[in-house]
Design a protein around this ligand. Structure first.
Ligand code: PMP
Length: 372
């Protein structure tokens, strides 16, 4: 039989934690509390739904391969040139292609311990060696398990082609600030590309010091960022992400892009979603309020909750974690186990709507009492 390349032989397929299709069938979609995938419980702007319906007459046509209209809208939003933008089938696709384009066998890709899982996958799929920088310790007062930018900078060597950062990061929810990021960029060699995954940027508290790569793009041609319509915009099912970088980087990435990687309804919906700033503000306000309430409720039950600027929280459940998780699934509450990240005593909990969070806490109270 045909054998996969060495790089691919070492990979494991994406594991969503649970068979959600089977669970939806068993509990019914309305009764299953799905808090495992960091989705937006409020859904997209109504304007995005209308834009999709508006596309139904033209489904026999290919979409605009360049997504020019959406790029124009994104360029205006971020104050960049449309030539600095690349669209992806989710930001996941872009993160994978960045490694494919910039790193290969004999070269290294640096990222943090507990950094987003796709970073390791992208490096390995490209045949490059992942180099993991230790995270801030669990005992760290301000940002336990967060990115240690000093350790990441120190891990960059002569063969490091690419550094992935996530700010805020999944699955920890942690973040780093503007001054620390500026100091980090000043240390990175000009030949090393830094990619900042900003999937949760729109959900961060505006008053919190969460660095974005955007203001530093004019200073550093070796810096790029990715964002997504899957989280704050509530369009995970459409699969649209984007990259912002210098035109030269975008031109290189265009070579790897599948011709029609973003479909026509998705392009139209994202453009409409960008135009509805009110919906985005509303989602982000509700999320912040529910995130605070959920973190407080979990802490009140004696659980350690990590700081988060995202739409999820990481919480420690101790040695009973696996039993608690299984008992919650049996009650139709889906969270994300963290064994794959080397955090077997933690669960990642998406911040749901007020009603979902109430149902989660009710089930959790039963389960905590039962597992003693
Ligand atoms: N980056 C981070 C940090 C994420 O958590 C996710 C989604 N889980 C993604 C990227 C990918 O999102 P998408 O492909 O839906 O844009």
């Amino acid at each position: 039989a045909a054998r996969a390349s060495r790089a691919v032989q070492g990979l494991r397929a994406y594991d969503p934690g649970h068979d959600l299709v089977a669970l939806r069938r068993r509990f019914g979609e309305a009764d299953l509390v799905e808090l495992g995938s960091n989705e937006n419980p409020y859904g997209p702007s109504p304007a995005a739904r209308a834009a999709i319906l508006d596309q139904l007459h033209a489904l026999h046509r290919y979409p605009d391969p360049l997504g020019a209209d959406l790029k124009r809208a994104l360029a205006a939003r971020h104050g960049v040139d449309p030539g600095q933008l690349l669209l992806g089938n989710g930001s996941h696709e872009l993160l994978m292609q960045l490694a494919q384009a910039f790193a290969g066998p004999g070269e290294e890709v640096v990222f943090s311990r507990y950094g987003f899982a796709v970073f390791a996958l992208a490096a390995q799929a490209a045949g490059a060696a992942p180099r993991v920088a230790e995270a801030l310790p669990r005992e760290h007062a301000a940002m336990p398990l967060g990115h240690d930018l000093d350790a990441i900078a120190a891990a960059i060597g002569p063969r490091t082609k690419l550094v992935y950062l996530a700010n805020p990061n999944n699955p920890t929810g942690t973040w780093f600030g503007r001054a620390a990021f500026a100091a980090f960029m000043a240390r990175v060699p000009a030949e090393t590309l830094v990619v900042m995954d900003e999937a949760y940027a729109e959900l961060a508290d505006p008053a919190a010091d969460v660095a974005s790569a955007l203001p530093l793009l004019p200073r550093y041609p070796n810096l790029a960022l990715t964002r997504t319509f899957s989280k704050a915009y509530g369009l995970a099912g459409l699969r649209v992400g984007y990259l912002v970088g210098v035109p030269g980087l975008v031109a290189v990435m265009e070579r790897l892009r599948e011709s029609f990687n973003v479909n026509a309804p998705a392009l139209a919906a994202c453009e409409a979603a960008l135009g509805d700033a009110g919906h985005l503000r509303w989602v982000s306000g509700r999320n912040a309020e529910q995130r605070r309430a959920l973190a407080e409720a979990l802490a009140a039950r004696g659980l350690r909750v990590y700081p988060s600027q995202t739409n999820f929280v990481l919480a420690e459940f101790g040695p009973r974690t696996a039993r608690i998780e299984a008992a919650l699934v049996a009650r139709g509450v889906v969270l994300r186990p963290m064994g794959g990240y080397g955090l077997p005593e933690c669960l990642r909990i998406t911040v749901g709507s007020a009603d979902e969070n109430r149902r989660l806490l009710a089930a959790l109270d039963e389960v905590l009492a039962e597992t003693g």
